[in-house]
Design a protein around this ligand. Structure first.
Ligand code: SIN
Length: 545
């Protein structure tokens, strides 16, 4: 039986671990904080899927919505194959203990989010990720062939032949954050399931673990990375400066919440007051939304469009946020459907269903990642061949499904489908055990870092550069400025890295700075605007503003 190391403990990592362990393989899940500290745990929306395989029309509509959202850049073959598998994976999750919400008649309650033409999202109120993480962690914890290893920060992949990516990998060096020692996790195969890189931006919906570790490790080992220019900003995170970021799920817009700017809010409130005075029905807020200037779908347009619309509105008005209004949704049991959001708003003295919610866009999802084939194998930079024994699944991977802009609630779907495929591949083709030596970590002559101040300063400067220069709307000048700064920053970080023993701060900074640089380079390589990449210097005359 093989020994597989999985780095990351979100839906992708835990699902793959459960499948492999059920088939008799031994799995170590290395995760840098607690098992539940993953982006999955923070996901509110859900999983888009059609359960009934005979519902061809429903599946085709999901495919078309995904392709439309991806703005012509999806790999249609991949999209079709993932959506075809969706129902089976939902059943797997249910079997593993996930409880999706049901209607009173026992059928699954379906939600809708931006870019979806119909309700097709399996969810658990507004905390779907938490429910998935709960069920999978319970299953994995009980499994005697799964070792969950929290506080284990992956540093770098170990190549079977040092300097030769074609021979693949044989494990991972990790920092045991309890002992501060570097340990070697030996593996016949390594699966990266490390999530994204939202921490590169000041405002993000991601947890603090989202620092691009897996992506950076894979790149340094010689794996291909694709589509990093496409960073998805979620249109609606709570605007609460100085506080932990908080997502306001798109599912709220799915039940009718509408985005208004100050002017639209004032006009709508005035129109409502007039209507009440003349004993008429108050108007819906939809017609007052600035988002209609950008898409006939208004607040329910795809994320790239809505986030850009808000960004433009904020830049034009000089305000700090726009509003999501819900007070017209008197027929919807908002606090029952969205208990997490309702409770969080209360902390700021806001009542869901009453007060306008101040929102801003925030970095949310990395569409690109480690390029993988249909079974999740990473490719080599050198020759475009699969890299032996290295797999990537979930947000860290780029399968081709999301194109230039991910459709809401397609990410947990893609993650579970590819986790299943990698596991099945390893079950059908157990990797031959690695009999060679595992080289020790290069610890000779290294000192503990005496001063952390430069690292903290460098991270702040990196985040500030990415936020200012590599946001929702880009320009060549700003991207080049970011490129120069990041080049210098990477050189400085490399000097510290080569001279010191690793700490979480330096490991994360090294990864963030590398990925920041790759994002900028890829953004400068784009020759047209599509989906989430929008460079004012690429605007064609016939392109809507
Ligand atoms: C949300 O609930 O708005 C996020 C869902 C997603 O990113 O897919």
């Amino acid at each position: 039986m093989a020994h597989v190391v999985i780095v990351g403990s979100g839906i992708a990592g835990l699902f793959a671990a459960c499948r492999l362990a059920d088939a008799g393989h031994h799995v170590t899940v290395a995760t840098k904080k607690r098992t539940k500290d993953s982006s999955t745990n923070w996901a509110q929306g859900g999983i888009a899927a059609i359960l009934d395989k005979t519902n061809e029309q429903g599946m085709e509509a999901h495919i078309q919505d995904t392709l439309r959202s991806g703005d012509g850049k999806c790999d249609e073959r991949v999209v079709r194959s993932i959506i075809a598998e969706a129902g089976a994976r939902i059943l797997d999750l249910i079997q593993l203990g996930v409880e999706f919400e049901k209607e009173q008649d026992g059928t699954f309650a379906m939600a809708q989010e931006g870019g979806h033409s119909t309700k097709r999202i399996f969810h658990a109120k507004d905390a779907t990720g938490k429910e998935i993480e709960r069920a999978l962690s319970v299953y994995a914890t009980k499994h005697d062939r799964i070792q969950l290893r929290p506080n284990t920060l992956a540093i770098d992949l170990i190549q079977r032949e040092h300097g030769d990516p074609s021979q693949g990998v044989a494990g991972v060096w990790c920092l045991d954050q309890q002992t501060q020692e570097v340990i070697t996790l030996e593996a016949d195969a390594v699966i990266l399931a490390t999530g994204g890189v939202g921490c590169l931006w000041k405002q993000t919906t991601n947890p603090s673990v989202a620092t691009g570790d897996g992506l950076a490790m894979a790149y340094r080992t010689g794996a291909c990375v694709d589509n990093l220019a496409f960073i998805q900003f979620h249109p609606t995170s709570l605007s609460a400066p100085g506080q932990r970021p908080f997502l306001i799920s798109e599912a709220l817009r799915g039940v009718g919440a509408v985005l208004l700017d100050d002017e639209g809010l004032a006009s709508w409130q005035e129109a409502c007051a007039d209507a009440i005075d003349s004993h008429q029905e108050p108007p819906a807020p939809d017609g007052f939304s600035f988002t209609l200037n950008h898409s006939p779908d208004g607040s329910m347009a795809t994320r790239d469009i809505v986030a850009r619309a808000i960004d433009q509105q904020l830049k034009t008005s000089g305000k700090h946020h726009v509003y999501l209004v819900t007070s017209h949704l008197t027929d919807v049991p908002l606090t029952t459907k969205f208990p997490t959001i309702s409770q969080r708003l209360k902390k700021d003295g806001l009542t869901l269903g009453v007060d306008p919610i101040p929102v801003v866009p925030a970095a949310h999802y990395m569409v690109g990642g480690v390029r993988v084939d249909d079974i999740g194998r990473a490719y080599q930079q050198l020759n475009d061949e699969p890299m032996p024994h290295l797999f990537a699944i979930g947000e860290v991977a780029c399968t081709g499904m999301h194109g230039a802009n991910r459709l809401a609630s397609n990410s947990l779907l893609e993650a579970v489908v590819y986790a299943n495929r990698v596991a099945q591949h390893l079950i059908d083709n157990p990797p031959e055990p690695y009999e060679g030596n595992h080289p020790a970590w290069r610890a000779d002559g290294l000192d503990r870092l005496r001063e952390h101040a430069p690292i903290i300063h460098d991270r702040a400067s990196l985040v500030s550069t990415m936020t200012q220069e590599v946001g929702i709307v880009r320009s060549n000048q700003r991207l080049r400025r970011a490129q120069r700064r990041l080049e210098l920053l990477n050189q400085e970080i490399d000097l510290i890295w080569k001279a010191s023993l690793p700490s979480r701060a330096i490991v994360e900074l090294r990864n963030l700075a590398l990925i920041g640089h790759l994002v900028v380079n890829n953004a400068l390589e784009q020759t047209e605007n599509a989906g989430l990449h929008y460079n004012v210097d690429l605007i064609k005359d016939d392109m809507p503003e």
